[in-house]
Design a protein around this ligand. Sequence first.
Ligand code: ZN
Length: 189
Amino acid sequence: MSVLNIARLGHPILREIAKPVNLKALAASGDNELQQLIDDMIDTMREEDGVGIAAPQVARSLQIVLVEYQQNERYPSQDDIPLTVYVNPKITRSGKETASFWEGCLSLKDLRGLVTRPQEVTVEAFSREGKKMVVEAKGFLAVVLQHEIDHLLGKVFLDRMTDLTQLAWAEEWQTYWTEEESAQSPEAI
Ligand code: ZN
């Protein structure tokens, strides 16, 4: 297992449509490059303190995203998200209600932007073992999944912003945009 380099904004792969994963290759036993990639993505996400990561962010054009979040004192308002791997994920339903959330991104490390997205989505995907799964996501998980699946479509959160005045460096966001001393900027997702 190893930590991979993060593709930052400007790397062309972040603007490509990611290729679907061959599920037979994913489930093959033995020396399996796809399983190795997933393990490396887990290491990379944890090393970079991300809440999620998509394969294009480690310069691989494949439809794989991971999410994981553990509640901590710095950011207590969100529920935990257990480590989950989504292969070939698709949003099959989006709720009508929307909510705005400050997003960051490992590929735009120090920027934070206010993005409005549906509050609920249904995601169909496959596990890393190749089993089909259907996830009804709400709130924070719905935000993270939409953000990560956007990476597979060649999009970053900036493309989803409707008001670029709501974009800030994390440090300035911290200084000028939070009421309470204890408020922390969102972690990079
Ligand atoms: Zn991102």
